[in-house]
Design a protein around this ligand. Structure first.
Ligand SMILES: Nc1ncnc2c1ncn2[C@@H]1O[C@H](COP(=O)(O)OP(=O)(O)OP(=O)(O)O)[C@@H](O)[C@H]1O
Ligand SMILES: [Mg+2]
Length: 277
């Protein structure tokens, strides 16, 4: 699969669900390089899913813009795909049909679809399961099918909204590892929303902390660690502790009035953290 990432540029993004309702988040600015993996962490209700839906073109912002390679996002596209906590598979279709379902609407022949589906199943290590019924798979395997269905579209950007939170720790850990290695190998950008600090450290190149009401990005931290990342590694643990401290500090930040643009902490102090130990 010949995939490359995309440059993300978000400027002055403000959102409210209704004209009289509260501001979900206020003047969020965010950039990512092609192939970069971002994790957004924050407490329940601070606007993470809303932000992800706007990036995916599934929701419109109230103000501000999101550009992918300088092109304004104005709706959904196969170039960026979103994965949710539940895999949302079609139970009456086999695994291969589920994976190829998005290709059926495109310009591909039956043979091309078969080849692309087989390649996507290889990527998620489910090559033996093409003809299985999806109900016969475990939760983790079903999430892998959903991942293959996303990858088969050859997206430039994969958006994940707490995709592993319903899985047991062992399955979650293998998917965290595999999603990172697959997206890195293919050069796909990743934006993952999570409550899980470990997940952010294991999967991201950069972790962003969202907090406040209205929400804003109050802190960011480079996750400058080699791959593969192991939870027990002291460098991983140290970064985890640092992110946890920043997260707790962010949680204690008082909500600021809308319009002040947020109190962004200096990022530079964090740049060298991974080398401090
Ligand atoms: N469809 C909607 N209509 C009105 N308000 C909404 C809607 N969806 C979410 N909200 C509100 O917007 C705010 C942000 O919600 P969002 O789902 O983005 O939070 P989140 O950070 O993803 O939370 P969680 O971690 O629980 O998933 C919340 O206060 C929520 O109540
Ligand atoms: Mg959410």
């Amino acid at each position: 699969m010949g995939i490359r990432g995309v440059q993300i540029k978000i400027e002055g993004l403000t959102h409210r669900y209704s004209s009289r309702g509260p501001v979900t988040f206020n003047r969020v600015d965010l950039e990512a390089k092609p192939g970069e993996a971002l994790a957004i962490i924050g407490r329940s209700g601070c606007g993470k899913s809303t932000l992800l839906h706007i990036i995916a073109g599934l929701l419109r912002p109230t103000e501000g813009t999101i550009r992918l390679d300088r092109v304004l996002v104005e709706g959904p596209s196969p170039r960026w795909v979103m994965m949710f906590q539940a895999p949302h598979l079609f139970p009456w279709m086999k695994v291969a049909q589920n994976v190829g379902v998005g290709l059926g609407f495109g310009r591909w022949s039956k043979n091309e679809i078969r080849e692309r589906v087989a390649e996507a199943l290889r990527l998620v290590e489910l090559q033996g399961f093409a003809e299985s019924n999806v109900q016969d798979l475990s939760g983790g395997q079903q999430q892998r099918v959903a991942l293959a269905r996303s990858l088969v579209m050859e997206p430039e950007l994969l958006l994940l909204d707490e995709p592993f939170s319903a899985l047991d720790a062992f399955t979650r850990s293998s998917l965290q590892h595999d999603v990172r290695s697959i997206t890195k190998r293919l050069g796909i950008n990743l934006v993952i929303v999570t409550h899980d600090i470990d997940e952010a450290v294991l999967m991201a190149d950069r972790a962003l902390i969202m907090a406040g009401s209205p929400g804003s990005i109050v802190h960011e931290l480079d996750v400058d660690l080699p791959d593969p990342r192991e939870r027990e590694d002291p460098a991983v643990q140290a970064l985890r502790a640092h992110l946890m401290a920043a997260f707790q500090e962010a949680a204690s930040v008082k909500p600021h009035a809308s319009g002040d643009g947020g109190q962004h902490e200096s990022v530079s102090e964090d740049k060298s953290f991974a080398n401090m130990n």
